[in-house]
Design a protein around this ligand. Structure first.
Ligand SMILES: Nc1ncnc2c1ncn2[C@@H]1O[C@H](COP(=O)(O)OP(=O)(O)OP(=O)(O)O)[C@@H](O)[C@H]1O
Length: 690
């Protein structure tokens, strides 16, 4: 590997001989070209091309979005790499096939002649930037990485991939990028995606992929870059069908929300599972026993049975009077029609809508036999006939999903009838509401109830499917929640990201195979990421002591950070010691979190306030003045900070209903720090840590 003079600006006297100066001039030229591209769009006059106001609005919005997508952010490098190919890549390559040298960046930039100045990192021609190796140079002679300070290009680093004399070393620029202190929300990793991550990012849209990875292995980053990649590779299809990123809670979504826009993707919806199933207002909570039963996949069958119990076999004939004639469809024939509809794989409402037409058809057959020649209009009229309507209402009445669930949860006999042989009596008792509830509106629905309503709604009417769904922190979902996500990608695919060791719900996934089956994607490939980009070696080694107790069989994360970080377990006398540890870490650069068991948070908030140390809540953006976030352990998942003070491990474990969940919560809390961790305690540490 050869290196530039790093950040020393001094170079040869003539800029033309100085490679760094040449690269800088390509950067300025690319910036100018991007500006010109933006100005071209801004100058578009649409007054002549749009016939009406609505079209003009749509076009204006598209132009607006395009202008936004063409923005040049001063401190974001426009390109971060360069590839010199031995030969021009095949003439069939989509972008820039004519040249042998390509600059790789966040977006495509071309000059006034349409020749590429910067190639989108997602283009096929860019792939060797992430994948080429000495073993397989992929046609490259040179891979160059650029170092920036703010928006200024200050360094570069070369790999001559086909030069046998050059030895492979971990690049310093790459390492620097990985070790950069964290400030504010999550940022993209587009300049440093690693080969095993790139394989996930670029894997095909058609298949579902599940990624098991320990803390800080880049699952979230990979999932977000995968969306950006898929939107590039399948722009039209996904614009039609839509993409969705699902995260565990609001603060997590706020933490990741800027990554996709920074990659130029402004249209991806980000939501929690609760958002997806928000059919009712959630104001209640379940005890664990109830939540476990409600989240169990067997509930789907209970709901199905309860719904279809509304279908009543006809006992009376339908008699349709038209003019002077009466047409009679006997009960046994109606029954055949109903049975045939029940056997078909269609939703409850689709069958309900088909029923009047089927009955009308039976009437028409009789009319024809009697020598009449009825047409489609007659069939429609018969289907709307009062007698037919009344029969349909009696046989296949409309059902409201929330009312169905309400009845199951409040009417013990109704529940018993449909849960017979599926749920035990005890399980039924666990989910029955103690007090009667009058209406859907007055019910205190829980999050698990909303998922049941979503299941019922889907039994009645098919939920539309998106093109691709990324499901992060997937290990925590209940089987019923997996089903809710799965029905949103029945005709699309999913990327499932998670860590079995970080499962902290009572229903947390035991195996990915099981989870994928509930999701409806049993054939998904399962990949594992084990290189850790976040947590320093000493810290991850300490946290990994818990692995045999929380997820035996999982591979511990191997930290690839060179910076050894800073790690201390400190016995203290009281909350003053916690505040002191925070103040100590605040003297360093970067973000600081105080993570504590949820019940400890109020006392610590008071201690910080008393000491005059300002702090934020998770999801609030840090400022130069306030860099400390007080994080309840229950919200720490998925987040990261430069420095962490972890308060009282024993309390973190004890705050959970059982020890294994407690230890998993502790594992999550211990693995949030990038540069350093202080564990403070007054009580003895959990023995599993020793
Ligand atoms: N290839 C990479 N280059 C630079 N930074 C990376 C790379 N991959 C991951 N990171 C960084 O490592 C940190 C951890 O990544 P991320 O949050 O995606 O991990 P995770 O596996 O989702 O962790 P957790 O299980 O704790 O949620 C992030 O700051 C991310 O930007």
């Amino acid at each position: 590997m050869s290196r530039s003079p790093s950040s020393t600006p001094a170079g040869p006297a003539h800029p033309a001989d100085d490679p760094l100066a040449r690269e800088r001039s390509h950067l300025s030229a690319s910036r100018a070209a991007l500006r010109a591209m933006r100005e071209d769009v801004e100058a578009l006059d649409i007054s002549d091309v749009t016939a009406n106001w609505v079209n003009a609005q749509i076009l204006a919005r598209q132009i607006d979005e395009r202008i936004k997508a063409l923005a040049d952010f001063e401190d974001t490098p426009l390109f971060f790499g360069r590839l010199d190919y031995l030969h021009a890549p095949g003439a069939d390559q989509a972008e820039g096939a004519s040249g042998e040298r390509f600059y790789i960046g966040r977006r495509h930039v071309h000059d006034a002649h349409g020749d590429p100045m910067v190639i989108d990192w997602r283009a096929p021609v860019s792939q060797p930037f992430y994948r080429a190796s000495r073993k397989d140079p992929m046609g490259l002679v040179l891979r160059r990485r650029f170092g920036y300070e703010g928006g200024n290009l200050t360094a570069y680093e070369d790999e001559h991939l086909s030069d046998p004399a050059e030895t492979a070393t971990a690049g310093r620029l790459l390492q620097q990028e990985i070790e950069r202190p964290r400030v504010g929300p999550m940022r993209d990793i587009v300049a440093t995606i690693q080969p095993e991550q790139d394989e996930i990012v670029r894997s095909d849209l058609s298949g579902t992929l599940c990624v098991q990875g320990g803390p800080g292995t880049g699952k979230t980053a990979v999932g977000l870059h995968r969306v950006a990649y898929l939107l590039y590779a399948h722009r039209e299809r996904l614009a039609r069908t839509g993409t969705l990123v699902i995260g565990p809670n609001r603060s997590f979504l706020r933490y990741i929300e800027q990554v996709l826009p920074a990659l130029g993707e402004l249209t991806v919806r980000q939501a929690t599972v609760d958002d997806l199933v928000a059919h009712v207002e959630v104001r209640g909570t379940d005890d664990t026993a109830a939540a476990v039963v409600k989240g169990d996949a067997r509930m789907a069958e209970v709901l199905r049975r309860a719904l279809y119990s509304h279908v009543t076999m006809p006992t009376e004939p339908v008699v349709v009077t038209r003019g002077s004639r009466r047409w009679r469809i006997p009960a046994y024939e109606l029954e055949d029609i109903v049975r045939e509809l029940l056997d078909r794989d269609i939703r409850y409402d689709a069958a309900r809508e088909a029923l009047p037409q089927r009955i009308a058809h039976a009437v028409l057959v009789r009319m024809e036999r009697a020598g009449e020649a009825p047409d489609d209009r007659v069939q429609d009229a018969v289907a709307r006939n009062a007698a037919v309507k009344a029969a349909v209402k009696a046989i296949w009445p409309p059902v409201e999903p929330a009312k169905l669930v309400l009845r199951l949860l409040t009417d013990g006999d109704f529940l018993a009838e449909h849960a017979e042989g599926i749920l035990t009596e005890e399980e039924q008792k666990a989910i029955l509401w103690a007090k009667p509830v009058r209406s859907v509106r007055s019910a205190k629905w829980s999050a698990a109830d909303a998922v049941l309503i979503d299941e019922a709604a889907d039994l009645i009417e098919r939920t539309p499917s998106l093109g691709h769904v990324v499901l992060d922190e997937a290990q925590d979902l209940s089987p019923m929640q997996y089903r809710a996500v799965g029905r949103r990608c029945t005709t699309g695919s999913a990327t499932v990201l998670g860590d079995l060791a970080q499962g902290t719900t009572p229903w947390a996934t035991r195996t990915w195979e099981e989870a994928l089956a509930h999701l409806g994607k049993p054939d998904a490939a399962i990949e594992e990421l084990t290189a850790g980009f976040r947590v320093p070696t000493d810290v991850i080694t300490y946290a990994s002591r818990l692995l045999p107790h929380i997820a035996p069989g999982l591979t511990p994360v191997a930290s690839i950070r060179e910076n050894p970080g800073f790690f201390e377990v400190r016995s203290i006398a009281g909350d003053d010691g916690v505040v002191a540890a925070c103040e100590e870490l605040l003297r360093r650069e970067g973000s600081v979190a105080l993570i504590a068991a949820d019940p400890r948070v109020p006392a610590l908030a008071e201690a910080l306030t008393a000491a005059g140390v300002p702090y934020l809540s998770p999801g609030e953006e840090t400022t130069a003045k306030v860099r400390l976030t007080l994080v309840p352990a229950s919200l720490a998942k998925g987040l990261e900070y430069d420095y962490v003070v972890l308060d009282e491990p024993r309390a973190v474990v004890d705050a959970e209903p059982d020890e294994r969940t407690g230890l998993r919560r502790l594992y999550v809390s211990l693995t949030r720090a990038v540069s350093g961790l202080i564990v403070t305690h007054t009580a003895p540490l959990p023995p599993q840590l020793s």
